[in-house]
Design a protein around this ligand. Sequence first.
Ligand SMILES: Cc1ncc(COP(=O)(O)O)c(C=O)c1O
Length: 380
Amino acid sequence: MFNEKWQKKLDLQKENGLYRNPVFIEKRTGKTTTINDREVVNFSSNDYLGIATLTDLKLSASKNFLKYGTSSSSSRLVSANYSAINEAERRFADFFGYEEALFFPSGFQCNQGLVSSILEPEDIAIFDKHLHASSVKGLVLSKGEFTGYKHNSMSHLEKKCIQHKEKFKAVLTESLFSMDGDLLDVNEFKKLKDKYSFLSVIDEAHSFGALGEGGRGIARDAADIAVGTFGKALGFFGAFVLMPSILKEYLLNFSSQQIYTTTLPEAHAATAMEILDIVEKAEDRRSHLKEMSEYMKNELKNLNLKVLGEAHIISPEIGPEKLSAKISKKLLSHGYFVLPARYPTVPMGKSILRISMTALHEKSDIDGFVDALKKVMSEN
Ligand SMILES: Cc1ncc(COP(=O)(O)O)c(C=O)c1O
């Protein structure tokens, strides 16, 4: 009975070009990955600084697991409030310039746990319509009201602020958007924040490590609360929220996604502190990433494609879902791994190729990729 219903929905996904079938990855080495016995250049990794496969980092993570053990074996509120984790959270708060930090097992859980717990029924959240699914799911679970504003439109955000003048407002956005690759206008956002006194929650998942001074992101001036993930430029796993101290106390009391889950192990915390040192000193990697990203964007524009993206996430718009899937498949046969982003990740009919640049890419990788894309596009 259920099997039939599930099959029907899966068949419909296939008909609409929306079916997901994750590619089987055999091996990963820096910027390349091995698929079907073939080493291909990976343009789908969020390891923006290219540190996730560094031997030194792998060695220190192993050392830390050897020292502390493999699991925290409990939730934070039971027996896992370890000093190593508290020390790491202190370091993260200080590094990014916030009063407090709190680690979560993943960015998805972190956003969901944060957003779902901070609003009461009389409050309202105003969110950018391209906000990540993890925060949107948090809104759905929250007790508050919520309403979206047009993607990155500060004038529409202002309208919403005026419309809901009387309420306690939280505004939710990202500093570098995960799919469009565009940046928040931090100055304009800050002006609105000052004018309408809202609480600002900014997801810096794609900025931390890769953008800003020492990799500190770009939105500190405008954020009351920021979210970061380890799984992207920080080359690790898990996530953290940066915030005023009262909110840490609040989340430890009211966030189910923090309370009812096994805490990340102490070895994670110890490694996280070492990662901060790597990230702070990664200026060369950040400038190479910027240079390669600009090069990629310009080369793609020469193909007469509409190219979104203002930093290291670059998204040529393809349009029809089936076409982007086909192009991605063909690119793989040319030695390049890049995936399409399709509905519901992006709006229907506006599928993109989501290109993630890393500090490991060189001009020759980009030239080869652009040539292959040109060839593939001409065949369609
Ligand atoms: C903007 C944004 N926030 C949060 C997340 C979730 O982070 P994690 O992968 O650590 O669950 C992602 C993607 O993974 C993201 O793109």
